[in-house]
Ligand binder design. Sequence first.
Ligand code: SAH
Length: 378
Amino acid sequence: MLLYLSEMTTIGKIESIINNRELSKENIAFLLGLQKPYQHILHEYAGKINDEVKGNKVHFRGLIEFSNICTKDCYYCGIRKSNHNTHRYTLLHEEILNAADFAFRNGYGSVVLQSGERSDRFFVEQIDSLLQDIKKISGGKLGITLSVGEQTEETYQRWYSSGAHRYLLRIESSSCRLFERIHPQNALHMYDTRLECLQMLKRTGYQTGTGVMIGLPHQTLDDLASDILFFQLQDVDMIGMGPYIEHRDTPLFAEREHLWLLQQRFDTALNMIAVLRIVMPDINIAAATALQAIDPMGREKALLCGANIIMPNITPTENRKNYLLYRNKPNVDEGAEDTIAGLLKRIQHIGKEVAFDEWGDSQHYFNKVNNRGSSSAI
Ligand code: SAH
């Protein structure tokens, strides 16, 4: 009887928070901590909102990890500068164009160019000419997202003019305390710089994406609730977030005894996606690859509770094994073609449909622009 009463209270509380939009930090933290048998209520609600706003469409972004050379030393990341156990590579211009062409011919609609972080002139120019060439080979039809870290405003503007229209820069954790714990304390790894870069990206006109890792050592549900409020406050257009997965060749590995169980990181990541879909219905949310490293059905589960984007890896197979941000990274051995066929089947299996040949832009971005337009007209 007591159990029955407490069950009713939990279900009642979930429904009241969601239906009455009582999304205070405390209530968000409560939702983020939901486990079986209550978690599914949150997920189904978020899935329904996603269906209402986005339909049952899933958009692809072909992910090209074109270089693992990195000037940064983030404590969690397997391609950090000081990890000498990684074979460093940079794809040739032609190889990157081939991957983009593959995405274009197979109807992906967009690509994401991602790499370790560099800001030297050669790098800035390499990206610039890549953007122009990708636009050329696709007749301007392939959408391009960049994910190459902190740069100057001038660089962001230059790349925007050359054809990039979306940019992903995860804040990693919106908590300054945690951010400082997972990065070296020096001018290259400043919380304020990262924040300023997000402002520059928005000012430049990019659809701007950020995100966090979920289940970092010492991270709490309260921290994650603050991350959700941070996304809302920053008014971002896209989010990519997934579980933190330890990598043995990184300093943060030493703190692994403070980690939540992998399953708990996974469940909390799904809860984050679901809550975010409720809080920001019209943004794009990616089903992060790291989810699949924990559960083979991880990305599908994310699509069912609020995510609407998948980023199939189209990096040439021989390079994938060197872009190991974390252990157990999936699809390291497969060719890109295998991944398409498999993905299509998986997506159709959960009753969703792949939207081929579309950019799949963030509606939030355009809603913001329209609102701005109408308020300035008044
Ligand atoms: N250099 C680029 C992107 C490269 S890494 C940038 O700084 O934006 C892309 C993302 O992988 C990072 O933003 C981080 O959130 C994620 N990542 C890195 N190491 C990880 C780990 N050990 N577990 C889970 N995600 C990780």
